[in-house]
Design a protein around this ligand. Sequence first.
Ligand code: BTN
Length: 252
Amino acid sequence: MYKIPANTLFMGKNLVFVPECPSTNTHALQISQQSPVNEGTLVITDHQTAGKGQRGNIWEAEPGRNLTFSLILKPRFLAVNKQFFLNIAVCLALKDYLKEKTSDNIYIKWPNDILVHGKKISGVLIENQLRGATITQAIVGVGLNINQKEFQTASATSLSLVTGEQYSLNEELSLLISCVESRYLQLRGGQYELLMNEYLGGLFRRHEKHSFSSNGLLFEGVIEDLDEAGRLRILVGDEVRAFGVKEVVYLG
Ligand code: BTN
């Protein structure tokens, strides 16, 4: 069981714990469709059986060892063409949280993977509901590896593997949710430039030559920055090209 975070204004104040569910994002959406829910409602499980990742991937997490949750937000203030800024705010919140736990080497791999020492510790999946030009609701799904020690892929890690310590999921949840609230309030306050600059400051492999693939074509380029829509701008030869989330893959 999880406690309602004490140090937030509204984030996580309505906490829905489900011992097991296929996906907290799906569960959160179902709850919001059944009856009105407060902004900041937190849906959390100890065992996600069909966790959804980016690009149709599966998010795997050992039961009871990690944080897998979704927040229901209502960012009606956010223009649809700026929706990537919610992503930015959540990634920065995860980075803020991790900075409290471990000294350095925390990066954001565009669009929303959080890496520590080059390995993925956390992922974010945001599913927006739009009505016209308004974002009526956003389901913000977060998977954060905390106490898990073994992973199927060598490119994954956990807080426990990084620091050698064991954590209380409950305490980590409270700290993380307060970080999310702080960044969300910056977003609500219209601090787009600050959020973008901090995101770019933490961007993995920025300004380095790197291999990519797009539409089956391999190429080398240098990550420059993002455009307002959150597309990755890559310098390819002497031309800067912008790629959406599904249009480019890092190849290492
Ligand atoms: C990714 O990196 O591919 C995104 C992973 C997001 C996983 C979280 S776990 C809680 C929430 N519910 C889901 O089904 N997915 C997100």
